[in-house]
Design a protein around this ligand. Structure first.
Ligand code: GLA
Length: 387
């Protein structure tokens, strides 16, 4: 991979002297969905697939970008003096947003760069290709200019850029999972205070299988922001009757006790998901620690049902994949992962059942939805690095 992208860098930008090669992973969330902007817990892990980057410092303030995934766009240019979101700038709004966010934090970026990217995360799949590009850009800036920031800062800067430059009010989960990733471990993160713990994932005879619906998120971003504000309103209503900082502060019992303070049925369902999903995540990690993988799987299934019925972010495609998965012998648990509205599902499948799983779920999906899904058997990898 390194040779291939270095060669391409030379073809596009001329020569490869002084260029360094980097990698940042994608992520999959095992459980804890739509809890990260509600002060709850999440349980994601970084993957061995992700975004590769080749970068070389320039002597001026120009920015030149090229993506092997969008090679028809050719070289896209920009400047450190014009770091503004611009629809026409397409994917380069992600690296530009991170440069802008560094400057907002008081770091002065002295020189521009030539940057080539190649990602092997399926695009728009909900495996966080954009957060991967953000963390990668931050990592490159730190390496190139010696900025004193931790990996956790890289996550926060990435999230800030996504919120303020790219207009998606995402939580911290994706950037955190990517920046802090650790091989064979998932990250049990409390988004209320960013305390976290690495939990070893020992699946004894099973693997993580991702099924990509190939439905692009499309309107997903605006729906995402809508869910977020529904939760904020529900929280404000609950705060009239109980002293909490976030929905993540409530147990299921407390929610049942106070839920009538929420004036609208839809908002009540949204808040219920946030509260129950947070508690489910805590229980799932306990089950994993007790080596009770069957219970972990049941909680994954419950998570999907709640996202389908209460949070309403699944849609026909993700439901078709998950409901077909539940019917296959050897499936320990299956749910949608990420924001929803398209994207991927994550399943834990016994190793000897994987071929049958792909065949059966694939056929059922094609029959119901009319186009094919893609399947990836993934491994849990480390965070960003120089390669
Ligand atoms: C997207 C966001 C995350 C998180 C998930 C849903 O991936 O970027 O912050 O909210 O959706 O769990």
């Amino acid at each position: 991979m390194k040779e291939k992208i270095l060669q391409k860098f030379g073809e596009v930008f001329g020569g490869d002297t002084g260029a360094s090669v980097y990698f940042a992973p994608g992520r999959v969330n095992l459980i804890g969905e739509h809890t990260d902007y509600n002060g709850g817990h999440v349980f994601p892990c970084a993957l061995t697939i992700g975004t590769y980057g080749v970068a070389r410092q320039r002597a001026d303030r120009k920015l030149r970008f090229f993506s092997m995934n969008f090679d028809h766009l050719g070289v896209l240019e920009g400047s450190l003096d014009e770091l503004k979101p611009d629809k026409a700038a397409g994917w380069t709004n992600y690296p530009k947003g991170v440069m802008w966010a560094f400057e907002e934090r008081g770091f002065e970026i002295p020189y521009g760069m030539d940057l080539l990217l190649y990602g092997n995360i399926p695009n728009g799949s909900g495996l966080s290709s954009s957060a991967s590009v953000e963390v990668l850009t931050g990592f490159i800036l730190r390496d190139m200019f010696g900025f004193s920031v931790t990996n956790q800062d890289l996550a926060l800067i990435g999230q800030y850029s996504e919120n303020r430059f790219n207009g998606v009010n995402c939580g911290i989960m994706d950037q955190f999972a990517i920046a802090m990733g650790k091989e064979n471990h998932a990250i049990f993160l409390d988004t209320a205070d960013l305390k976290f713990e690495y939990a070893p994932i020992r699946l004894e005879g099973a693997k993580i299988v991702i099924a990509c619906s190939n439905k692009k998120r499309g309107l997903g971003d605006s729906k995402y922001n809508e869910r977020r504000s529904e939760c904020e309103t529900a929280l404000a209503e609950l705060q009239e009757v109980v002293g909490i900082n976030s929905l993540g502060d409530l147990t299921e019992e407390q929610f049942e006790q106070y839920k009538s303070a929420i004036k609208d049925d839809v908002r009540r369902k949204r808040a219920k998901h946030a509260v129950y999903e947070n508690q489910r995540t805590v229980k799932a990690v306990e089950a994993l620690k007790a080596a009770d993988i069957a219970q972990f799987g049941r909680l994954m299934n419950d998570s999907h049902i709640s996202l389908r019925d209460d949070y309403e972010v699944t849609g026909a495609e993700l439901d078709a994949l998950v409901e077909a998965a539940w019917e296959v012998d050897g499936v320990i648990g299956s749910r949608m992962t990420g924001a929803g509205f398209g994207g991927c599902t994550v399943s834990i499948v016994k190793t000897d059942a994987i071929d049958g799983f792909i065949e059966k779920v694939g056929a059922e999906y094609l029959k119901k939805i009319g186009y094919a899904a893609d399947f990836y058997v993934v491994e849990i990898g480390d965070g960003p690095r120089v390669i």
